[in-house]
Design a protein around this ligand. Structure first.
Ligand code: ADP
Ligand code: MG
Length: 698
């Protein structure tokens, strides 16, 4: 049969080896199938004609029908241009070309009827259309033109003549080759039930829509399919895994948990903490392996939830492990947890890369014998030499620094995979979480411990340094500490370090009485940790740093976060940085410093920061402003984010809907054997083969 996927694009009329190489390199288009799935990014309605007296310079692309009255060449050298005065009887516009003058004068004739298509602008008080498309009016019937597709192409492609127009022609050529309708990829029952357009019609309409209504139906069908298979894939995996692994059954909440709760807990749990702990207990007692994502804004008290969940494992005779992304964080968790467990008979150890030799051996041994009940550490705990006697519970803090593969590695440290709790302070909007972690259950701590004063966020232009520094001085004189953060962008790390160094020198000069720390990503980890520790201990009052301090460190005495060049940070990152302050009882401040020139988007970003402290609101806004590809965590999450047509930010409702559809199918056809679903399972298999990343979702 005619298989589009194996049809090399090279042999398509109008392509050839050179263009084939370009298409493959620039747009990943190698086969006819790829070409047909390269969708236009916009459409222009060519079914309507305008009158010249209707148009002005603010309109998008428009279409006129009329005749050329006369030609004129104007200007010299680079400014030399051909102007055709064009009229439809209601007015005159100037068609303008800067290239190919001779050719154009030969090609178009005065007093013949043409249809002209282009973008009107106003120049010297006259309406101009530069480099318009012109076609003979008698060749065209308007209704057959419908909506014209526009395809994104790269600069390189354009230089080889592969512009949107050329792509349009290639797609037409591809359709001309098709002798049969494209084979359907969704089961007929679903198509019928959800009133979907057939694949064949959808693909044709998405390229050459006859009218907006059909375009909408085609888009709906293709989005439905795209999101549906993502959900089917994730849910299928989750189901298979459930079947394969029984979870550890933790029936007891025993002495350790209860002693901690009644004697050691230094404060009342918030209602949100209580609710989440209940959810976790239920998971652990269900006989299924827990895979839970715990989202809670910075400072919401996730550590305590982690600890209490680990104590449940201990009560059932198992060990627990808490993994953090940096040594500093691991050390802080260790200290916090040892303090919280004071007086209780629980052995906790810390394992990081810098713990070596005899100490390390001792820890490893005590893990094997089961003496060490809670292990806290960095990536070091993943190493093959780290083995437990019986690992029942794993907590991963600040999830986005860990890849999926690493998650899986932890599972293998016990014969029956341990329960897993993944904690993140980067709130992920619900729709995105469903796509990324369709298999994880999600708990949310949506309440801060009482008594916190909301952080005040202020946007300040950088010519007002005096008042900024006065504010900092006041805070320091009251015994508080201050962060000053500089952006770090990988491509220009050198410049950024220079920025940081200049900033550091400047701050030292401005605050001669203060001790100033400096931390950046190019320092050795040990140096970095040492400098961080000095700030934590209060030996230094100001911390000048790049975003390396973004994650997790807890310095309750720090009350001011100054972010320089705030325009260069994304929303989630700004929020994360802001979360470094406001951890004590004092009023804290976050100052976003920028220069005057700001884009509209940046202005919006800063406004949102000033308006709200709510991480979820910020995450939603971030998703809207930037799209999911850039969101923190999506790269490492293992999901291919090359969605061709659906948009996670806008198609949340549809996503929810198709998830239900997928769930129903998996529940009704848990073995994947129903004949009516055959197409679905086949298609899923094919997709798993082509999407490398689909295979690793766990
Ligand atoms: P995060 O969720 O950012 O990891 P932490 O677990 O570090 O937050 O908690 C932030 C601070 O709030 C810690 O100092 C912790 O002791 C405190 N805290 C946690 N839960 C409560 C509570 N229920 N009441 C009062 N303070 C709490
Ligand atoms: Mg934390």
């Amino acid at each position: 049969m005619f298989d589009l996927k194996t049809r090399d694009i090279k042999y398509l009329q109008g392509v050839g080896p050179q263009r084939a190489a370009l298409l493959s390199k620039e747009l990943n288009i190698a086969s006819l199938h790829d070409l047909l799935y390269y969708f236009p990014y916009k459409y222009v309605d060519r079914s309507r004609l305008y009158y010249i007296h209707e148009i002005d310079g603010n309109m998008p692309y428009i279409q006129l029908k009329g005749e050329i009255l006369s030609f004129e060449t104007i200007g010299e050298g680079r400014n030399r241009r051909l102007v055709a005065h064009f009229s439809d009887g209601t007015g005159v516009v100037d068609l303008v070309w800067f290239q190919g003058i001779k050719y154009l004068m030969g090609r178009y004739k005065v007093h013949e009827e043409y249809i002209v298509f282009g973008k009107p602008t106003v120049f010297n008080g006259r309406i101009n259309v530069a480099h318009p498309d012109i076609e003979q009016a008698k060749d065209l019937t308007l209704s057959s033109m419908g909506l014209q597709p526009y395809y994104n192409t790269t600069e390189k492609m354009k230089r080889s003549g592969l512009n949107s127009h050329a792509m349009e022609k290639l797609v037409k050529n591809a359709f001309a080759l098709l002798q049969f309708p494209l084979p359907e990829t969704i089961a007929p029952k679903i198509i019928e039930k959800h009133h979907l357009m057939s694949l064949d019609e959808a693909i044709r309409q998405i390229h050459f829509p006859q009218n907006p209504e059909l375009l909408r139906k085609a888009q709906y069908r293709l989005k439905f399919e795209e999101l549906f298979y993502i959900q089917l894939n994730i849910l299928r995996y989750a189901k298979d895994r459930q079947k394969k692994f029984r979870g550890l059954y933790f029936e007891r909440v025993g002495e350790t948990f209860n002693t901690f709760y009644s004697q050691n807990l230094p404060f009342q749990l918030t209602n949100a903490q209580k609710r989440v702990i209940k959810e976790i207990r239920k998971d652990m007692g269900s006989g299924r392996q827990m895979n839970r994502l715990l989202q809670g804004d910075v400072g919401s008290g996730k550590t305590l939830v982690a600890l209490m969940s680990m104590l449940i494992a201990l009560d059932n005779g198992y060990q627990a492990c808490l993994m953090a992304p940096t040594e500093i964080l691991a050390a802080q968790h260790y200290e916090t947890i040892v303090n919280l467990l004071f007086g209780m008979n629980v052995r906790v150890e810390l394992l990081t890369g810098s713990i070596k030799g005899k100490k390390r051996e001792q820890i490893l041994k005590s893990l094997l014998t089961g003496e060490t009940q809670i292990l806290i550490g960095t990536h070091a705990v993943l190493e093959d030499t780290v083995n437990f006697s019986s690992l029942g519970m794993v907590v991963i803090d600040e999830q986005h620094r860990f890849g999926v593969a690493q998650r899986a590695k932890l599972w293998n440290k016990n014969a029956t995979p341990p329960h897993v709790l993944v904690m993140t302070a980067t709130p992920i909007p619900r729709t995105l979480a469903m796509t990324l972690y369709g298999d994880l259950d999600v708990s949310v701590i949506d309440e801060l411990p009482p008594g916190r004063k909301p952080i005040q966020t202020i946007h300040q232009f950088d010519n007002r340094r005096n008042s900024l520094y006065a504010g900092i001085r006041k805070q320091i004189s009251e015994g508080r500490q201050v962060y000053i953060v500089y952006p770090l962008i990988k491509e220009s790390e050198k410049i950024d370090i220079k920025n940081l160094e200049d900033g550091y020198a400047h701050v030292c000069e401005e605050f001669p009485d203060c001790k100033v720390s400096k931390v950046h990503g190019q320092m050795k980890p040990a140096e970095k940790d040492e400098e961080m520790q000095r700030f934590v201990n209060g030996e230094t009052q100001i911390m000048v740093a790049t975003t390396v301090i973004e994650v997790g460190v807890n310095v309750p005495n720090a009350s001011v976060m100054v972010i320089e060049n705030a325009e260069r940070f994304g929303l989630s990152q700004l929020h994360q940085l802001r979360g470094r302050v406001g951890r004590g009882a004092d009023q804290s401040y976050c100052i976003l410093v920028t220069n005057y020139k700001l884009s509209e988007e940046t202005r919006k970003r800063l406004e949102i920061m000033v308006q709200t402290n709510d991480g979820f609101e910020i995450a939603e806004a971030d998703l809207r402003l930037r799209g999911p590809g850039d969101l923190e965590g999506t790269q490492q999450s293992g999901v291919a984010f090359d969605l061709k047509i659906a948009d996670i930010a806008r198609d949340g409702q549809l996503l929810q809907y198709v998830r239900e559809v997928a769930l129903e199918i998996i529940e009704q056809d848990s073995q994947g054997t129903a004949v009516e679903n055959e197409i679905l399972w086949k298609q899923l298999q094919a997709l798993r083969k082509t999407h490398v990343n689909w295979a690793v979702i766990s």
